[in-house]
Write a protein that binds this ligand. Sequence first.
Ligand code: FES
Length: 102
Amino acid sequence: MPRLAAGRLDALPVDRPVLLVVDGRRIALVRRGDTVHALAENCPHAGGPLSEGTVADGAVTCPYHGWVWDLTTGACRAPARDARVPVYPVVVEGGEVLIELP
Ligand code: FES
């Protein structure tokens, strides 16, 4: 599985999403402590920028219409919909953040 280098862990703000654009991919990165989550940038509802959302309780809230996405599973927590945003595994090695892409 290819790995995408996403920079240093200590360069990421905590609980504030950051947009990463690499090779045409747009990924929202969210650091929570020493853990980093990677989600597709565009909200499945209507394309809102999840990197501009707010983080709380292990989820990010889309700034457009307030849908709430679980950072770990990508499942939509609210409203109750059978929707999911793609999430990608992330590992931190030696302080470097690496995203595992399909
Ligand atoms: S575009 Fe994200 S909630 Fe509507």
